[in-house]
Design a binder for this molecule. Structure first.
Ligand code: ZN
Length: 296
């Protein structure tokens, strides 16, 4: 599932590609994915592309927003139009080289207004693909965004100044649940999922199953820094496209963080810090990876 670095990579790419342009049509091929009235969105200008946790927020003129949650296999591919054809370039996992594919469920027709310089104008299509179909796109009014939407319930952003040792101490002290599950609780910390929780705990030298309230102050400080470090790495490498995952950038290219996984999906392989071997267990139903020598 795309986590903070992946959605942030998508956000930055779409900012460059579609801000200032207009949605002139929307084709919904799978009704359950697009939740809202397309008429409220067609004709609106894209003012900003934002992110909160793992949710992408496309801000439109007229006080409307499109919230996008990619869930397990959602993809957004920007295909600029060259003449009459739409160029995709790379083969897209679960979609192939031609879009729309069987996995394409929503298509946005995006027009660059004629007021832009003719040479720089770039209209095109934004394709939402989703093999497993757990993702969704919702139309939400700006006035409801922070009080009555999926975004309203989200916890602190790891890159914000509110992500402090004090905040984490307060959260961790209230629960004996494994620390890894707390890191992944979106209502506490927004954007950290299975990949980066595993890698952050390795970076901090903490066992994933350790009860949250047992963490000592120095461990919380290490963990706070580790979360930021692994998310920054994820972002630096354009997110991670592991073999079993569908994440791609809007350009259709893969991210590269999977080549730098610390422990995630590395069970049976050598630890990057010692001569130990990475092990795997299930914790809360998710694959959990750690080094028995480096993590306590
Ligand atoms: Zn180790």
């Amino acid at each position: 599932m795309p986590e903070l670095p992946e959605v942030e990579t998508i956000k930055r790419s779409l900012q460059k590609a579609i801000v200032g342009k207009k949605i002139v049509d929307i084709e919904v091929r799978k009704a359950k994915i697009f939740q809202g009235d397309t008429k409220e969105v067609i004709g609106k200008t894209i003012e900003k592309v934002e992110r909160r946790g793992k949710i992408l927020i496309i801000q439109l003129s007229g006080g409307k927003n499109l919230l996008v949650h990619f869930k397990l296999t959602g993809q957004m591919v920007w295909a600029p139009r060259e003449g009459e054809s739409v160029a995709v370039g790379h083969p897209i996992p679960f979609a192939g080289t031609k879009l729309p594919a069987k996995t394409t469920h929503v298509i946005f027709e995006i027009d660059d207004p004629p007021s832009h310089k003719a040479s720089a104008r770039q209209s095109g299509k934004l394709f939402y693909n989703d093999l497993r179909q757990f993702g969704w796109i919702k139309v939400v009014e700006s006035s409801k965004l922070k009080v009555q939407s999926e975004v309203a319930k989200l916890g602190v952003e790891p890159f914000d100044k509110e992500f402090t040792v004090d905040y984490l101490t307060q959260v961790f002290s209230k629960t004996s649940r494994p620390i890894k599950l707390i890191l992944m609780d979106q209502e506490k910390i927004a954007g950290v999922g299975n990949i980066y929780a595993n890698d952050a705990l390795f970076e901090a030298g903490i066992l994933p199953a350790k009860p949250a309230k047992k963490l000592r102050n120095f461990e919380i400080e290490k963990l706070r820094k580790a979360v930021i470090k692994v998310l920054e790495d994820g972002l630096k490498f354009g997110g991670s496209s592991a073999a079993d995952e569908a994440y791609i950038k809007p350009s259709g290219e893969k991210g590269e963080y999977q080549e730098h996984f610390r422990v995630y999906q590395r069970d049976g392989e050598k630890c990057r810090k010692c001569d130990g071997v990475i092990r795997r267990i299930n914790l809360g139903g998710r694959g959990t990876f750690w080094c028995p020598k480096c993590q306590r």
